[in-house]
Design a protein around this ligand. Structure first.
Ligand code: AMP
Length: 427
């Protein structure tokens, strides 16, 4: 397997904060970095050796990146399909395209995980009926005998004039791709509540999803399903959200970071607490689950795996085939960071030690918290968080929901949580 050594150049598609932190790790290891991003002076461009400013679907820019790079990686999953095909044939893209194709489509992702005997929330493809009205109340997803781990899945149907909306049924259709099992579809009206409707592609940080709790939520759900292909998932009454960052190198070596306990606010990650406050058994289950997913996918690089804890069991929510926000704590609290691990993995180097050397609380700084383009808003708070390692991403403008930076606080978790609360920044 090819090895990429320091002083060779790594090409990154996407120049946001993940690209920036990947670049900083790569530069520390002696690599050169080129980045492609549509925004001039993007967060990664500020620290990279070469910045190519172009749209992601600009094939000539992709070719230019490939020409000057010894290896190509990415910081986000929605890479242009043509660019991906070209890269697969003409460049060194050790992560390949298969895992991306699966993880960018929620239905494929859930069915793939489910086929590994790993529990996911019951899911179905949302049927897009026209003129169906409120023919019957929302109700349960019917079970299928051929489902895996009790998961019941189908893709919501984009149908017109579907008569018998009240009879729960699944309508098998042809798989869209080689990865798809048979898509099964179900009318929204037949879903049990609470449930969550999500666009199959393009959603992040809660965008493109609606929780259905009653008939009152149906118009918005129908609107979403009319505009996009969607899946509907059973609402998981989780006691905690956790995640595991797993790395698999081109040599097949697999390594996991400690489990993070994640707290979301408005569907955006707010805090990661490490070690997660879960039982050792659950921790083991989460780690085994992550290793199994990485190995079965034959993935290369770092994958962030988000999970729910439901009735003291793990239910996998989604995968991100790249470093993940919930792994930012690794920069300051682990021997090797998720970004260094990713670089090692794609370059064919031995993976580093992922051990936690200090407990940590990572808190995201969003545009709605502070004007973090400079330190002026933040400076008065820093003395209150003396154990905080500050990371700002160099974004030009702070907007609501925009991730501007994060702070990883090292030391006793409960004391840190109290100190974070006392600053009042995040309340
Ligand atoms: P996602 O885009 O799938 O990562 O969802 C964003 C957040 O929405 C998750 O971190 C959960 O807090 C919540 N969420 C997503 N799916 C479900 C579900 N099936 N049941 C309960 N909460 C969910």
């Amino acid at each position: 397997m090819k090895k990429i050594f320091p002083y060779q150049q790594i090409g990154i598609i996407g120049g946001g904060q993940l690209g920036r932190m990947m670049c900083i790790a790569a530069k520390a290891m002696g690599y050169r970095v080129a980045v492609l991003d549509p925004t001039p002076n993007c967060p990664c461009g500020q620290v990279a050796d070469v910045e190519i400013t172009a749209e992601y679907n600009d094939l000539s820019a992709i070719k230019k990146l490939a020409e000057i790079s010894d290896v190509i990686t990415y910081e986000f999953e929605n890479i242009d399909i043509d660019a991906l095909s070209w890269l697969k044939e003409n460049a060194y893209l050790p992560q390949g395209s298969e895992v991306l194709k699966i993880t960018r489509h929620r239905y494929l992702e859930k069915s793939t995980i489910s086929a590994m005997d790993i529990p996911v929330a019951d899911f179905a493809r949302a049927k897009r009926g026209v003129g169906t009205g409120d023919m019957c109340p929302l109700r349960h997803i019917p079970s299928q005998p051929d489902t895996v781990c009790g998961a019941d899945f189908a893709r919501a149907k984009r149908g017109v004039g579907t008569g018998d909306m009240c009879s729960p049924r699944h309508i098998p259709s042809q798989p869209d791709t080689a990865y798809a099992p048979v898509f099964r579809e179900i009318p929204l009206e037949n879903m049990t509540v609470p449930c969550v409707i999500k666009t199959t592609t393009g959603g992040y940080d809660g965008k493109g999803q609606i929780v259905l709790r009653s008939e009152a939520d149906m118009p918005a759900a129908r609107e979403l399903a009319a505009a996009h292909e969607c899946i509907v998932e059973k609402f998981m009454p989780f006691s905690k959200e956790i995640s595991v960052i797993v790395a698999r190198s081109t040599t097949g070596e697999v390594s996991t970071f400690p489990v993070a306990e994640n707290i979301h606010v408005n569907n955006i990650l707010h805090q990661s607490i490490v070690p997660a406050r879960i039982s050792p058994e659950l921790e083991r289950e989460a780690i085994e689950c992550a290793k199994k997913i990485a190995a079965n996918l034959g993935a290369v690089g770092v994958i962030g795996i988000e999970m729910f804890v439901v009735d003291d069991k793990i239910v996998v929510n989604e995968l991100a085939p790249r470093p993940h926000n919930s792994g930012h704590y690794t920069i300051d609290a682990c021997v090797t960071s998720q970004f260094e691990q990713h670089v090692r993995a794609i370059c064919g180097l031995p993976l580093g030690d992922p051990s936690l050397h200090t407990p940590a609380v990572m808190v995201n700084i969003l545009g709605d918290h502070l004007n973090c383009t400079d330190l002026s808003d933040l400076a008065p708070y820093l003395p209150l968080l003396p154990n905080g390692k500050l990371h700002l991403y160099g974004k030009a403008e702070g907007k609501t929901g925009r991730k501007m930076g994060h702070i990883s606080m090292l030391g006793d978790v409960e004391e840190t949580l109290a100190a974070v609360g006392a600053t009042g920044i995040w309340t």
